[in-house]
Design a protein around this ligand. Structure first.
Ligand code: TXA
Ligand code: MG
Length: 351
């Protein structure tokens, strides 16, 4: 058993993708390992080693009442952590896994309570990232993992961001390159007669409804049932926030938003119109409105997917550039736009 990274002076091994077996070795011996997924980087421990799972909460500064997602290499492993898999959960997993979907199922009593914050349920996800899959197979055990950020901050979407959050707090960081989606997975609670989305992600409500037909798929906060807020503890905590204050604006309202931010060093995120993105070959140029000497930094996203992919990294870049205000355009709500709007609203403190 390796010693726990109790202090922030732990020596962290920085591993390239081909070293996934070495990363798995740290985890099997009770260590903490940061690993890539197609959504964001995760901070993993063996779900069946209660002490290792406890140390995740310490490394992140995470409230003990916020449960972790258990990551598996394939659907056939679900019964290692879940007591039962309702037919409609199986349909969803067959259609959308491996991929960015977490389903909340009844948990097996053998699973340590720390992994699920004492809840009778467990969040299960089968990631599609190729390095992640190899890592999970090499681990040979279900891997409990939250996003690899310190609690409340934006999730890391590449290994450099993960390193800034977790260097010295974990045994190893496995580099799998930039994450494809850039926003966390869809989290959905599976009930007998309905699915309730607790967190929006790349698998949208419409996509799930398309598979399930008559079983309703409800939007987050669409019912005022107090049991549901108990069922989604993550939504009680502040999330996804850069250090700078975030203010949102509707498309075409940038000037009004800039007026509000006057006097500050401001980072601006806009979404390029489709034709403008095409005209520049979908470029991601940084312009400086107001010309040289302007204190504004501008990041133009070429599509909603690019916006989702780059949001957290842009937040962190603006923080590093000393911005105290970030003005961010609200994208249309279709596709991953719904998840993006959710994260933007939370970053702006509007949840
Ligand atoms: O994409 C993702 O989901 C990433 C990667 C690493 O897989 N993970 C991630 O984990 O975002 P985390 O811990 O940052 O967010 C998990 C969310 C939290 O809001 C948590 O409350 C909720 O899922 N959750 C996990 N288990 C749950 C359970 N049994 N019941 C209700 N909500 C649960
Ligand atoms: Mg998180």
């Amino acid at each position: 058993m390796i010693s726990r990274p109790a202090s922030p002076h732990h020596k962290t091994a920085h591993l390239t993708a081909s070293d996934y077996q070495k990363a798995a070795g740290y985890l099997r011996r009770g260590g903490l390992v940061v690993f890539p997924t197609e959504t964001v980087y995760g901070l993993g421990a063996d779900a069946f080693q209660a002490d290792a799972v406890d140390s995740i909460f310490a490394a992140k500064g995470r409230p003990a009442d916020n449960p972790l997602i258990v990551h598996l290499p394939e659907v056939s492993w679900i019964e290692r952590v879940a007591a039962s898999v309702p037919a409609h959960a199986e349909l969803l997993f067959r259609r959308f896994s491996p991929g960015p979907l977490t389903l909340i199922l009844p948990r097996l009593p053998e699973l340590p309570a720390a992994a699920t914050a004492g809840l009778p349920t467990v969040g299960v996800r089968i990631p599609s990232h190729p390095v992640c899959r190899k890592f999970l197979i090499a681990c040979g055990t279900p891997v409990a993992a939250p996003s690899a950020n310190r609690s409340g901050r934006p999730s890391p979407t590449d290994a450099a961001m993960a390193r800034r959050e977790m260097d010295g707090r974990v045994h190893a960081i496995l580099d799998g390159g930039p994450c494809e989606h850039g926003l966390e997975s869809t989290v959905a609670l599976v009930e007998e007669r309905r699915i309730v989305v607790l967190r929006e992600g790349a698998v949208t409500r419409e996509m799930m409804q398309g598979v399930l037909g008559r079983i309703p798929v409800l939007a987050p906060n669409s019912t005022a049932e107090p049991e549901l807020s108990a069922a989604s503890p993550g939504t009680r905590h502040a999330h996804y926030k850069p250090a700078a204050r975030v203010v949102l604006f509707e498309a075409g309202r940038l000037s009004a938003a800039l007026a509000e931010g006057e006097g500050s060093r401001t980072g601006v995120i806009t979404l390029m119109k489709r034709d403008a993105a095409a005209a520049t070959g979908g470029g991601r140029e940084t312009q400086v409105p107001g010309g040289p000497g302007s204190r504004h930094l501008l990041r133009s996203m070429k599509s909603v997917e690019d916006y989702a992919h780059s949001l957290y990294r842009t937040f962190v870049e603006f923080d590093h550039a000393g911005c105290d205000l970030i003005l961010a355009e609200l994208p249309p709500a279709g596709g991953i736009g719904a998840a993006l709007r959710d994260r933007l609203r939370r970053a702006a403190g509007q949840e």
